[in-house]
Every structure is written in C-alpha cells, then in structure tokens.
Design a protein. Structure first.
Length: 208
C-alpha cells in the first residue's frame, strides 16, 4: 500500500499544503512563546542574584576582618574563628538562600516555558494530526481499492460505484447526467469523479 502525503488533485493538494504550513507556523510560534515566557520568568533571578551578592559581600567583610585580627597575640586566633563563624552564619546563609532562590527560579522558568509550548502544541496536534493521518490512509486505501488494470469490466464496475456511491454535488461537477453516462458506457467523467473524491488522479490522466 503506497502512502501519499498529498492529493494529486491540485486544488486539494494546495489546500492541504496551506493547512500543513499553517500548523507548522503555529508550532514555531508556540515554541517562540515558550522561550519568551522562559526568559521573562527567568529574569526574576536578578532579585535572588542581588541577595546572593549581598550575602557574599557580608561574608567577605567578616573574612577580611578575621584575617586582619588573626595576627593579634593570644586572642587573635579566637577572634578570627569567631568572626569567620559569624560571617558564615550571617552572610553565608544569606548567600546560600539567594543561590537556592536562583536555582528555583531557573527551574520554574524552564517548566513554565516548556508548558507554555507543550500544552497548546498537544492540543493543536490532537485536533489536526488524526485527520491528517486518516487522510493519508484513505488515499492509500483508495489507491489500492481503485487499482486500474485497464479491463472494460473493472472500468464499468468503478463507474457504477461512482454513479451510485458518490455525493451528488461532487458527481455533478464532473457529469451533467451521471446515470446517462453510465448507461451509454461513457465512463471517463465518472472515473474522474471517483478518483478525485479520494484526492487521486485517474490512471492515464495527464499530470496536473
């Protein structure tokens, strides 16, 4: 069973191509939206970065003082250790909290941006992809069912199917008198209508 991505009939092929291009463009737009949302949310990290910098500055100040008093005889080491511990307990904790905030914001921005793309993309593909797959399968099945071997009997049977099974409005686009054509053995227009209804060209027809 040969698969065809697009119909042979020019009008239907062009319509299908336009719809496919539109879907791809919408997916690209959704991806851009996801990146934009990620960047906007991630920009909040500037607050957490400020907290981290402030904590590191405080800790650095205590460390500098600790280094300065470390050379004092007798009590220098104890003062240095006490100041270093105080720096870790104040500025160090603030810096750690700021870093945790940065990491949390990064993760949240990534999640929100991803969901901004994923949820609408899944809805879009859920609404369009099944119909697209069904159309491809129907063209393949029609090509197999209406396989052409050139025998008059098969031509007559296919013409009968066209006259009796196709929608009237579609059939009248190809023949003013479908039943009259069938009775008279004029099968060309009926076969054109049959194949076109599935998006195919009748074997032997000139390419569009």
């Amino acid at each position: 069973m040969a698969l065809k991505l697009y119909p042979d009939v020019p009008e239907r092929r062009n319509s299908r191509i336009v719809r496919d291009v539109t879907i791809v463009a919408m997916l690209v737009f959704l991806a851009w939206m996801g990146v934009w949302v990620y960047q906007r949310v991630d920009s909040i990290t500037v607050v957490a970065t400020g907290v981290t910098s402030a904590g590191e500055s405080v800790q650095g100040g205590f460390t500098s003082v600790a280094d300065a008093v470390g050379g004092i005889p007798v009590v220098g080491d104890r003062l240095s250790d006490a100041l270093t511990s105080s720096g870790d307990a104040t500025g160090g904790n603030v810096a750690a909290l700021g870093q945790e905030g940065e990491d949390a914001i990064h993760r949240t921005a990534l999640l929100v941006g991803f969901l901004t793309f994923l949820i609408p993309a899944m809805l879009l593909l859920g609404l369009t992809l099944p119909d697209r797959i069904r159309g491809i399968r129907q063209m393949a099945e029609a090509g197999q069912l209406f396989a052409w071997d050139g025998t008059p009997e098969r031509e007559r049977l296919l013409a009968m199917r066209a006259a009796f099974a196709l929608p009237v409005d579609h059939l009248l686009e190809y023949s003013e008198d479908p039943i009259g054509d069938l009775v008279a053995g004029r099968h060309d227009q009926l076969l054109e209508a049959l194949y076109a209804e599935s998006g195919l060209l009748r074997p032997g027809s000139p390419p569009p």
